[in-house]
Every structure is written in structure tokens, then in C-alpha cells.
Design a protein around this ligand. Structure first.
Ligand SMILES: NC(=O)C1=CN([C@@H]2O[C@H](COP(=O)(O)OP(=O)(O)OC[C@H]3O[C@@H](n4cnc5c(N)ncnc54)[C@H](OP(=O)(O)O)[C@@H]3O)[C@@H](O)[C@H]2O)C=CC1
Ligand SMILES: CC(C)(CO)C(=O)C(=O)O
Length: 306
């Protein structure tokens, strides 16, 4: 099967903040959506997904749910956290995928290699998403409730060796469902542009337990230092970014904005510290770029979690 049908069938591994929102939007616009989840979450998903969103309105969507992929689909979106990626991928056996595209939406820059090793280079196309969406805690029964707090839902699908027509069809499906989705030519750029914005924001909001508005005023010097370091690493990796533009973006965000790493810390969940801060430091090391502020923050956040 190739992803050129007008209504692609989409599997979604991990119906949390990102996956739950995309599942509900695609289902609302007429796609068959199969959410792959742990048994208890699959049960809750059979009660539907309720979305509360300033941008998309409040609505309820019907999705299918299973604990494992059992039939070929057109695309399989991977929307689990890095900390659970290996365990979750056992629900998507390579043989069950058919010709499906595998599209990870995780933050970080290293996971595409894990996915390519498992599914093959031609199957995997990395994505970056800017959304700020959260799954609300539930008592275990459905529906699953997703709160989308930002006015944006922007998706870059990076063309590489994966089927370009399939990726264009997925971008069209996501755009018709309401997101702002496009295919971009360069995976390194797509992932590092996101990383350059995310890493300073996630590390500082998590370290100090403060929303962005307070970080950008009370910890301005550290923010500027970290943005400069991250931009230097990104440039060395092949993605030039402008530190002044990154700072201007932080300043434009609503002051109450929190990062998903910070929300995880508040809830006592495992952090994607290695996938974000760790990956940043490994890249800095590979390219001989000094990153003392990032190194200290990663150390302090790790120590606080122990
Ligand atoms: N939230 C956001 O606004 C943004 C997040 N991102 C990135 O997207 C990725 C996903 O984040 P987010 O949606 O917030 O994460 P969530 O924690 O909200 O959701 C993760 C989902 O993965 C599921 N999961 C965990 N382990 C397994 C498993 N073994 N098998 C099946 N499902 C599993 C969880 O299911 P269960 O409920 O059963 O635990 C949960 O539904 C992360 O890399 C994040 O950094 C990127 C941009 C924005
Ligand atoms: C910055 C944000 C909210 C953008 O989507 C994000 O990716 C995160 O907090 O993990």
C-alpha cells in the first residue's frame, strides 16, 4: 500500500498530548485512525478522544484502539516520549507495517537513527511539531481528554529517502485536518531548528520550575548564554540559527507557557533530559563546541531527579 489514497489510514503509537490531538483531528476530518496503546489506555480510547482547543474548538472524535499493529496502514505516527520509545516500538512489528511511512514526532535529534535501524531507511521520515498539547490525567475510563493550549499546531515533515509522494499526502491530510503542515527538504534543519528553540526553553523552565515569562526575565543572562551555545552547536551540525531571532520568539510567547519537560518534572514522570540536553551535549562534544551552561543545567536537573 502506498500513501497516495485520498483518505490515508493512520496508526498512531502513543495517544498523549501530541498523538491524541493528531488522532482526533485526523478522525474528525474523515480518516480511519488506529491508536496503538497499552491495554488500559486502549480501553479509554475506545470511549473516544475529547479535545479542548482554542484553535480547533471543543469536539469529540471516535478512534479505533489496539495494543499492537495487526494490519498494514498508510502511515504510522510515533508520538511516545523518548523514555518509552524502545518499549512502545514492540507494538509496531516491522512485518505488520506493509509499505507504511513511519513518522516520528519526538523532540530530539537522535531517534530517527533508532527507527531507521528497526524499520529501514526508506520507511522513516522525521517530523518536528510545535503545538503545546497535553493529555489530562484520567481515572482510566474514556474518553481521553486532550487540552491544546496554544494557538499553533505547526508540523514540518522532513523529506529524506522516504517516499516523497506519501509524505506530501500525509502533509495534505494533516493540513486538511487543521494543522499547518508542510514537507521540508532537510531533516537536520527541521530537527535542529526545533532543538535550538526547545533546548534552552526546556532546560531552564525545568531547572527553575518557572514558566517561560519568569525564566526570560529572572534568568535572562543564562537564557542568552544557553541560546548562544545551542545556536553554535546547531550551526556546527549544519543548521545555522539566529540567536537574536530565538530570543525574540521566547519574548513573544505568552508568559505562562511551560515546556513538556517541565510538565513531566512537575508530575514526577521521567524526563526526556537525555534526548534533549544529552543529545545537545553529545553534538557539542563531537564538534568541539563549548557548552558549559547546558552541561551545568543538565547536571543540575539530573541531580534534582535522583
Ligand atoms: N506535548 C507537546 O506539546 C509536545 C511534545 N513533543 C514531543 O512529542 C513526544 C510526545 O510527547 P507528548 O505527546 O507530550 O507525550 P505524552 O506523555 O503526553 O504521551 C505519550 C504517550 O505515549 C504512551 N506510551 C508510553 N509508553 C507506551 C508503551 N509502552 N506503549 C504504548 N504507548 C505508550 C503514553 O500512554 P499511556 O497513557 O498509556 O501512558 C502516552 O499516551 C515527545 O518526544 C515530546 O517531547 C513535541 C512538541 C510538543
Ligand atoms: C516548545 C513546545 C511546547 C513546542 O511545541 C515543545 O515542543 C515542548 O514543550 O516540548
Amino acid at each position: 500500500m502506498t500513501l497516495t489514497t485520498s483518505r490515508p489510514t493512520v496508526a498512531i503509537l502513543g495517544a498523549g498530548g501530541v498523538g491524541g490531538l493528531l488522532a482526533a483531528l485526523l478522525s474528525r476530518s474523515g480518516h480511519r485512525v488506529v491508536c496503538l496503546a497499552r491495554e488500559a489506555t486502549a480501553d479509554a480510547l475506545r470511549g473516544g478522544i475529547e479535545v479542548r482547543s482554542r484553535r480547533f474548538g471543543d469536539f469529540r472524535a471516535v478512534v479505533e484502539a489496539d495494543t499492537e499493529l495487526r494490519e498494514p496502514v498508510d502511515a504510522c505516527l510515533i508520538t511516545v516520549k523518548h523514555t518509552t520509545l524502545d518499549a512502545a516500538l514492540t507494538r509496531v512489528p516491522p512485518a505488520a507495517l506493509g509499505d507504511a511511512l513511519v513518522v516520528p514526532f519526538l523532540n530530539g535529534v537522535e531517534h530517527p537513527a533508532t527507527l531507521r535501524a528497526r524499520y529501514g531507511a526508506d520507511r522513516v521520515a522525521a517530523a518536528a511539531i510545535r503545538v503545546e498539547s497535553t493529555r489530562l490525567p484520567s481515572a482510566g475510563t474514556g474518553p481521553v481528554v486532550i487540552e491544546h493550549g496554544s494557538p499553533f499546531a505547526e508540523i514540518d515533515l522532513a523529506a529524506g529517502t522516504a517516499d516523497r509522494a506519501g509524505l506530501e499526502a500525509l502533509a495534505k491530510a494533516l493540513s486538511e485536518a487543521g494543522a499547518t503542515a508542510r514537507v521540508v527538504p532537510d531533516e537536520t534543519r527541521a530537527l535542529w531548528e526545533k532543538m535550538s528553540f526547545l533546548a534552552p526553553f526546556a532546560l531552564l523552565t525545568t531547572r527553575y520550575g518557572l514558566p517561560l515569562g519568569e525564566v526570560r526575565t529572572r534568568h535572562r543572562e543564562e537564557l542568552e548564554g544557553l541560546v548562544a551555545e545551542t545556536a553554535a552547536v546547531s550551526r556546527a551540525c549544519g543548521c545555522p540559527v539566529d540567536p537574536a531571532a530565538a530570543l525574540a520568539r521566547y519574548d513573544a510567547f505568552p508568559p505562562e507557557t511551560k515546556s513538556s519537560m517541565q510538565r513531566d518534572a512537575e508530575a514526577g514522570r521521567p524526563l526526556e533530559l537525555d534526548a534533549i540536553g544529552g543529545a545537545l551535549l553529545r553534538a557539542a562534544d563531537r564538534h568541539g563546541v563549548p557548552a558549559p551552561v547546558a552541561a551545568r543545567l543538565v547536571r543540575e536537573i539530573a541531580a534534582a531527579g535522583q
